[in-house]
Design a binder for this molecule. Structure first.
Ligand code: WT7
Length: 650
């Protein structure tokens, strides 16, 4: 979070009372009562909720197994099929005609898919996977645009117990290859292309490139024709989605799945090394996806139209575009394109046209659309909206107020939800009709979730700043990092090992009312437009270019993106014309366009302590154009600062 944002948040004193509503959680006392239930009987309460809200193939007896922390296991002797919970049970309850997915393509094409239709298509896709030899436990990569087939592919994997790993469609071929290899996937499901900003963006080309040097585990590539763009075809490896699906039966019995079976792997950035594959379970994950729809959004499946704008390539898209709404038997909206195409009114037009009642997006989108002007939202009927959500990064109070006033007409509560890829679902969030909100605060933990702020020793801080931890296990917690137990323990559990706390990597503050205010990452992880990027990842990408000797990447304040990317680069050669653009293109090719540095500053030295550590705080001050607050007396060469500030030309 930028310095200005921190200051505006620290000054914030406004409180907004929740609107009245006759719903299950309609006062703070309801929230408190739900929390008290967990306090009185932690496992019993989770067990009751799991039995009441989900359909089990075999009931569980053990709620939580804590024999080997941090390897917690939830409902482990139970069996549950996620796709049965998201589809069959609603169809069997007479809801087959209800719309499951409303999809809008960027060019404006619209599809309404009922539960009945979705079930049939998921069965055909599941049978197709079987035909291709995919069996329970295999890993399947999904690399797709935001089209309904992406959700179908996820649900089909879940139906047969294949572990899916969705890779964001804008990630590069190399990033895709890294993930295919790490997961040792046997199948990629992709599309020829998808629409972005009015043009077809090819995905199949990236898949071909990713596989060009061979990939031993991979057997097939299943291709949905969406863009109708020309693509290369590798016989025996590449298979047309529609041709294969239409040959399949529209029924497929859901496979028996153990609750702890890995539903998916989702790669996310850390402070060191390559992205890590976060592993999520089936039963525990689904329970929290289901419940948070009710707690944080007051989701009413029979009447609401829910729209989470996230791409399925991110955890938000998994939990709140697909699994949460569908588990509840409600209607979810999916949109293929960018928010500003053809103009900044697109999201508001979609809200109007599809009568969206709960809308969930990221602060970066809110800031960009706010900047575009009120004429865009004002041109559309947004009266169906009743709850507004935000996620991904701290929201500055100005953006919160604009969202509340201009989009929500001062009628809709704003729910600021704090969570992570690792947590599976919301951890801190207001209940929209129960919790008074403060602009910029994610308020407090949801019932069942135990969050605290601690000091460096792990002692709880009642009021003031510190590190955010989660002190008790929760059902949708990550189960590990794919293939790397050591990293799992070191990243999340080592810091407060004696207490057994989960370390989230965020700094936070608690005010006098016990409200949490997230201050941003305390590690070398950047949050660019709500997307998580490791500084090391970008540094490695830069250093892999022939001209680069060394690089240091830090975040810098950015009005729209929250955080921008600032790279200090030492060259092996002299600066040549066009090199800056070339390095940007190189990072785009290595990781993806979201990792492209905003500023590249060439320098002859990087500031290091005598022990050789890069002084990142100093670099952050320089990148932000702030006064230098670090102690630079230990700096070997004092002249280096002026050069880093761009005051001398090298
Ligand atoms: C990091 C997790 C969880 C979905 C999207 C991002 C930041 C997330 C908030 C919020 C302030 C937030 C944190 C967190 N973050 N939500 N409401 N307020 N910061 O998932 O990519 O795993 O990133 O995003 O820094 O650690 P992610």
């Amino acid at each position: 979070m930028s310095q200005e944002n921190i200051e505006s948040v620290l000054d914030e004193t406004r409180v907004f009372e929740p609107p009245q509503s006759d719903t299950s959680f309609s006062s703070i006392a309801d929230w408190q009562r739900a929390c008290d239930n967990f306090e009185a009987d932690f496992e019993g309460t989770w067990g009751d909720l799991a039995r009441q809200n989900l359909t089990w193939q075999k009931p569980f007896h053990t709620v939580l197994n804590s024999d080997k922390p941090p390897f917690y296991r939830w409902f482990e002797d139970g069996n549950i099929n996620l796709s049965e919970n998201c589809l069959d049970r609603h169809v069997n309850n007479g809801l087959g005609e209800r719309t499951a997915i409303i999809w809008e393509g960027e060019p404006g094409d619209v599809r309404h898919i009922s539960y009945q239709q979705l079930l049939a298509e998921v069965c055909q896709a599941a049978n197709s996977l079987k035909t291709l030899g995919v069996v329970k436990g295999d890993r399947v990569i999904i690399y797709m645009p935001m089209i309904p087939e992406a959700a179908v592919a996820m649900l089909a994997c879940a139906r047969i117990g294949a572990t899916h790993s969705v890779v964001f469609g804008a990630f590069s071929a190399q990033a895709l290859r890294d993930r295919v290899e790490d997961a040792a996937a046997t199948l990629i499901i992709t599309a020829d292309g998808g629409y972005r900003r009015g043009a077809v963006h090819s995905l199949k080309n990236s898949v071909d490139e990713a596989l060009s040097q061979g990939c031993p585990s991979l057997k097939h590539v299943l291709v949905v024709k969406r863009g109708q763009n020309d693509v290369n075809w590798v016989d025996n490896r590449d298979i047309d989605w529609t041709t294969l699906l239409t040959q399949q039966a529209t029924t497929c019995p859901p496979e028996t799945i153990a609750s702890e079976h890995p539903l998916f792997i989702l790669y996310t950035s850390g402070s060191t090394g390559k992205p890590k594959g976060i592993v999520h379970s089936t039963g525990g994950y689904l329970l929290w996806a289901h419940l948070t729809m009710l707690y944080s959004f007051d989701f009413k499946p029979a009447s609401d139209v829910f729209w989470c704008t996230a791409d399925v390539g991110w955890i938000t898209g998994h939990t709140y575009s697909v699994y949460g709404p569908l588990s509840n038997g409600g209607t979810t909206v999916m949109y293929e394109g960018v928010p500003t195409y053809p103009d900044a009114g697109r999201l508001w037009k979609i809200c109007q046209d599809h009568k969206v009642s709960i809308f969930y997006t990221a602060p970066t989108a809110i800031r960009a659309l706010n900047k575009a002007g009120d004429q865009y939202p004002n041109a559309y009927d947004l009266s169906k909206l009743r709850v507004l959500g935000t996620v991904g990064e701290p929201i500055n109070p100005e953006a919160w107020m604009w969202y509340y006033k201009v989009i929500g007409g001062e009628r809709c509560p704003v729910v600021d939800t704090w969570w992570q890829t690792e947590t599976g679902g919301h951890m801190l969030a207001p209940m929209p009709f129960a919790t008074p909100t403060k602009p910029g605060s994610a308020t407090h933990a949801l019932p069942g979730i135990a969050t605290e702020i601690v000091d460096a020793q792990g002692d709880v801080v009642q009021k003031g700043g510190g590190l955010l931890v989660i002190t008790k296990p929760w059902p949708s917690m990550l189960r590990g990092i794919w293939g790397d137990e050591v990293r799992f323990i070191e990243t999340y559990w080592q810091k407060f090992a004696d207490k057994g706390y989960y370390f989230a990597g965020d700094g936070a503050r608690k005010d006098e009312d016990g409200y949490f205010w997230i201050m941003g990452r305390v590690d070398d992880v950047l949050n660019v437009s709500g997307h998580r990027l490791g500084t090391m990842e970008i540094e490695s990408a830069l250093v892999s270019h022939d001209a680069v000797a060394e690089a240091a990447v830090v975040g810098c304040p950015d009005d729209i993106k929250g955080e921008g990317i600032f790279a200090f680069v030492i060259l092996k050669t002299a600066v040549t014309e066009g090199l800056e653009q070339e390095l940007r293109a190189h990072v785009t090719k290595t990781i993806g366009a979201i990792a492209k540095p905003d500023v590249i500053r060439f320098t002859e030295n990087l500031p290091k302590t005598r022990s050789g550590k890069i002084m990142r705080r100093l670099l952050r001050d320089i990148a932000a154009g702030r006064e230098i607050t670090s102690d630079i007396s230990t700096l070997e060469d004092q002249a280096v600062v002026a050069q880093l500030q761009g005051k001398t030309v090298s």
